[in-house]
Write a protein that binds this ligand. Structure first.
Ligand code: SF4
Length: 139
């Protein structure tokens, strides 16, 4: 003999289909919001800086171009204190931290800049391109 059918499952009643639909819509909109995309980019770069050094080294071999010092990457999160009013870096020479020298780490960072309305002057060649072409870009 089975138990009563009106017993709630552990954790409370299951959400209705309408409620789940609203939650899915909120989740989709949040994942496309500039705040989320900005946070995701920052978290990814932080993570790679701590634990993905080999990925960064490999990815930088594919990077081409040079920095035009537009300052867009310096304002992707909180604006860098070394960025001047005319968007120049005060420590661009040898004092720049690795996080700045490594930007953009890969194509996703270029997309982050584009999402903010900027244009990063770097580009990346496809993975697996001839090793003779794989030389790091200057910055
Ligand atoms: S967005 Fe690209 S070109 Fe602009 S400052 Fe950053 S690395 Fe340089």
């Amino acid at each position: 003999m089975s138990g009563p059918s009106n017993v709630e499952p552990p954790g409370g009643p299951a959400p209705s289909a309408g409620f789940r639909c609203v939650l899915d819509r909120i989740r989709r909109q949040w994942r496309q919001s500039p705040h989320w995309l900005q946070f995701r980019g920052q978290a990814r770069r932080y993570w790679l800086g701590k634990f993905g050094r080999s990925y960064i080294a490999q990815s930088l071999l594919r990077r081409r171009g040079h920095c035009q010092q537009c300052g867009m990457c310096c304002t992707l999160g909180r604006a860098c204190p070394f960025l001047t009013r005319d968007r120049r870096c005060l420590i661009y020479g040898r004092l720049r931290p690795a996080a700045c020298r490594h930007f953009p780490i890969d194509e996703r960072d270029i997309e982050d800049v584009a999402r903010r309305g900027g244009h990063c002057s770097y580009s990346f060649i496809s993975p697996g391109t001839d090793a003779n072409q794989a030389r790091p870009a200057s910055k």
